[in-house]
Design a protein around this ligand. Structure first.
Ligand SMILES: Nc1nc2c(ncn2[C@@H]2O[C@H](COP(=O)(O)OP(=O)(O)OP(=O)(O)O)[C@@H](O)[C@H]2O)c(=O)[nH]1
Ligand SMILES: [Mg+2]
Length: 510
């Protein structure tokens, strides 16, 4: 079986060797390879992308369980915010001229989001000079992957936002450009579709094309259907969200771009992480009301907040606070859970996290991006290696040295079976392989997409013994050998040969 960590170490050694050779030859471009080497070991970078106000910052907060990224209808995110794990909290502004400046955490909102129109020109110039912001945070959810909250990808901004952009001397294209650059620089993406935007395949395609990410593939892209609370009260939001997402995922284009599309009530998920004892006290007071009556009041949000209802168990101020954080559906759901016995903070938080779809999304992110980090990094490396020749500038002698060294890396990419598996997986997701559904699933399994152990790759239970493993590998090897010689189309034959080789490696390792 391919030892991904071993492969990473070998690539690391090779890249160090290349850096040494380039330095010895007096070439200053060793940094191209150093950057690749560092990325190989860093956590997977996951960018949240989507249109303006699709809920990216709210989802970032929900995933972290704390309010970090500024959100809101009028709180447009102007700068990319890179959230990454560190033992101590620190905020750093990376400027377009390459400098990095530390800031106090309390500056975050004014740096990332809507700037004040009355700020002085020096502040304005400073804001406009920020390339991106980096927030280091000991948040446990960041231990497995970095999160990158990006500005919306629209090329058209509403009037309010446009004023602020004008004020900052920035254009929508610049903001969009920063998002696309960061998303392209990320290892993986979570694409957000707010409920109303996910209606058709064409729209889905537009969203991705607008993002400049039509090369996304299920290996590294997940979708999230947000704002599903709007299905309520006509439907149960999560059930309806699953139905809508399932329908979208039957379309070939969606399957080619996304591994899965998950519905999440992010506002409720975020509230689960940030709710206070006072919130729980109020929700407990609401549980005595008739459920139909409470629903009727909650449906019209502004009424719930502003009406003077004598004798209502929660004051107007507190209703406003609850509504802002939970939304109407969130209050309904939380009250229902309290009524069913979730009285304490930890229980209610856990149940809201699950009922909002956030728990399932968190697990999927760890599974698909955290546990497959080595895979994702190797895929990224192969992609970057292809871009290197275009990024190298030098005279003929320097280019000759560079190409000789790059050739050592390319040689490894061509001969190492893991990269052939990656190439074949891409063909599979692009719909170019003539395989049955079972053969497709077997391809995913044997290449480690369903788990890394030999048993998972062979579709056997975890405790399977060496004889059983070897027997299964030999049997599948025979079957795929037959497929590999079939004179069908070239891509499918290539895939069958790759699978055959994967079984040979598993058999040899057993
Ligand atoms: N009900 C509900 N509201 C949401 C959800 N996600 C976001 N919102 C609301 O939608 C508005 C925009 O949310 P943000 O998280 O700021 O959206 P964004 O994509 O970061 O927006 P920009 O940074 O401006 O592009 C806010 O008022 C959020 O409260 C969700 O899943 N459900
Ligand atoms: Mg935002």
């Amino acid at each position: 079986m391919t030892d991904l960590d071993g492969l990473r170490r070998r690539i690391d050694d090779l890249l160090r060797g290349i850096e040494g050779e380039l330095a010895a030859a007096g070439l200053a471009r060793a940094d191209l390879f150093t950057g690749m080497r560092q990325r190989l070991h860093a956590p997977v970078r996951v960018a949240l992308i989507g249109r303006v106000s699709s809920g990216k910052s709210t989802l970032a907060n929900a995933l972290l369980g704390v309010e970090r990224a500024p959100t809101g209808i009028r709180e447009l995110t102007y700068h990319v915010l890179w959230l990454r794990y560190a033992e101590r909290t620190a905020l750093v502004a990376h400027l377009t001229d390459g400098r990095a400046e530390p800031h106090a955490l309390r500056d975050l909102e004014s740096l990332v989001a809507r700037a004040r129109h009355d700020a002085d020109p020096a502040v304005r110039d400073y804001l406009a000079s920020i390339a991106y912001l980096e927030l280091q945070d000991p948040n446990p959810h960041l231990a497995r992957y970095d999160l990158i909250d990006t500005p919306g990808l629209d090329s058209y901004f509403g009037e309010d936002s446009r004023h602020t952009l004008d004020f900052l001397g920035m254009t929508p294209d610049q903001v969009r450009g920063a998002s696309v650059a960061r998303a392209g620089d990320a290892d993986a993406v979570v694409a957000l579709f707010s409920r109303g935007l996910a209606r058709s395949e064409e729209v889905l395609l537009d969203e991705f094309a607008a993002a400049g990410l039509d090369s996304a593939s299920p290996l590294t892209a997940l979708g999230v259907l947000t704002k599903i609370e709007r299905y309520w009260p006509a439907h149960d939001p999560l059930a309806e969200g699953r139905r809508v997402a399932g329908r979208i995922m039957t379309r070939p284009l969606a399957r080619r771009l996304l591994y899965d599309l998950r519905p999440v009530a992010s506002l409720v998920g975020a509230a689960a992480g940030t709710m206070t004892e006072a919130d729980i006290h109020d929700l407990a007071a609401l549980r005595h009301l008739d459920e139909a009556d409470l629903t009727a009041r909650l449906r019209f949000g502004p009424d719930f907040v502003s009406q003077a209802w004598p004798g209502f168990p929660v004051s107007r101020d507190r209703r406003a606070a609850l509504f802002r954080r939970f939304g109407g559906y969130g209050i309904h759901l939380a009250t229902r859970l309290v009524r069913a016995g979730a009285g304490d903070h930890a229980t209610l938080r856990a149940q809201l996290t699950e009922a909002s779809g956030l728990g399932s999304l968190r697990r999927l992110l760890v599974e698909h991006f955290g546990d497959r980090a080595a895979w994702i990094k190797l895929q990224r490396l192969a992609f970057e290696a292809n871009t290197l020749p275009a990024r190298f500038a030098g005279d003929a002698r320097e280019r000759a040295v560079f190409e000789r060294e790059l050739g050592r890396l390319t040689q490894l990419l061509v001969t190492e079976h893991t990269f052939e598996e990656l190439a074949v997986l891409r063909l599979y997701y692009e719909g170019r392989l003539n395989l049955t559904a079972e053969q497709g699933e077997e391809l995913l399994r044997v290449t480690g997409q369903r788990g890394h152990s030999a048993a998972s790759r062979l579709g056997l239970p975890d405790g399977a013994g060496p004889r059983e493993l070897a027997g299964r590998a030999a049997e599948r090897l025979r079957c795929w050998s037959a497929l590999a010689t079939r004179p069908n189309d070239g891509d499918s034959r290539r895939a069958a040969r790759a699978v055959r080789r994967s079984y040979e490696i598993l058999l040899a390792a057993g």
